[in-house]
Design a protein around this ligand. Structure first.
Ligand SMILES: [Zn+2]
Length: 287
């Protein structure tokens, strides 16, 4: 059933369509196209909770993305941000947590279409075969990926990132030792398990209150080349490429399209999390 919110958003979307088109032409001319980085959690047709999208809705989004965007890896996104120029509408796909159900439909579809994506996992649930704390507290202990599943993804060329060891909130009140355990420790655990370097980290929850410069510095020192937030935001050429802003891939198509086509209101109101230059990894920090 269509909600009044969807109707209101559709009206807003169509009323701003001319502005969106004009701004897209201007951005292309100035090579100022942002990189849109989406995050998904679980793609499944059963247990439809707030972090699950159905198979058809996911496929509709993927085919629409393929038609309208350059779908690139996080590393290519960073190249485009660092170069200060990006002419083409660009998007990246990421997943958080590590749900076994993604193997049924989403992962085979992306591999079949040769679309790059980054898969962020919490290492303790994956390595121990235990459900996520947020699913346990919701009374729905959903199956998590096994390390065998993750090794299959590595073999298929998928970038695997970490999402802490325990899905901890890394905001205020966490000690330095805990930050090191969650950020550096999860990287060490995963690298040992898959036998290759882990380059990206995604903050659990990812809102401003869940991020800190201390955490970013620890991530840079651990050797990550980028960290992802999830508070909603676009990445413009020239932005610090160490911090990759993401937004949620909403199951409602109109909300998804509204974000992807650069909502003028969201762009104007983007309240960025400032990351110190100190957090840049040494090799990219310059002389
Ligand atoms: Zn998460």
């Amino acid at each position: 059933m269509i909600s009044w919110k969807e109707i209101a958003l559709s009206a807003y979307y169509f009323s701003t369509l001319r502005t969106r088109r004009r701004e897209a032409i201007e951005r292309a001319a100035q090579h100022r196209e942002p990189v849109r980085i989406l995050f998904y959690h679980r793609i499944a047709d059963d247990v439809r909770n707030g972090w699950t999208i159905g198979h058809k809705a996911f496929a509709d989004q993927v085919y629409w993305l393929r038609e309208h965007f350059d779908l690139v890896s996080l590393a290519e996104a960073q190249n485009r941000l660092a170069s200060g120029r990006n002419r083409w509408p660009t998007a990246c796909i990421t997943f958080d947590d590590g749900y076994a159900d993604n193997r049924r439909f989403a992962i085979p579809l992306l591999l079949k279409l040769r679309i790059p994506f980054t898969y962020f996992i919490c290492t303790d649930p994956v390595l121990n075969g235990t459900p996520f704390p947020h699913d346990q507290s919701a009374g729905r202990p959903l199956e998590v990926n096994s390390i065998g599943h993750i090794r299959e993804l590595v073999d298929a060329g998928v970038e695997i990132g970490t999402h802490t060891r325990t899905h901890a909130n890394l905001g205020n009140g966490i000690s330095t030792n805990q930050l090191i355990s969650e950020i550096t420790g999860s990287k060490d655990d995963l690298e040992r398990a898959i036998g290759q370097q882990v380059r990206y980290f995604a903050f659990p929850y990812g809102q401003h209150k869940n991020l800190s410069n201390a955490a970013c510095r620890i991530a840079a020192e651990a050797g990550y080349v980028g960290v992802c937030s999830a508070y909603g935001g676009y990445n413009f050429p020239g932005d610090n490429p160490f911090h990759l802003r993401r937004f949620h891939a909403d199951s409602q198509f109109i909300r998804f399209v509204n974000w992807m086509t650069v909502d003028p209101r969201k762009r104007r109101q983007q309240h960025d999390f400032p990351i110190d230059e100190l957090t840049l990894p040494p090799e990219t920090a310059g002389p």
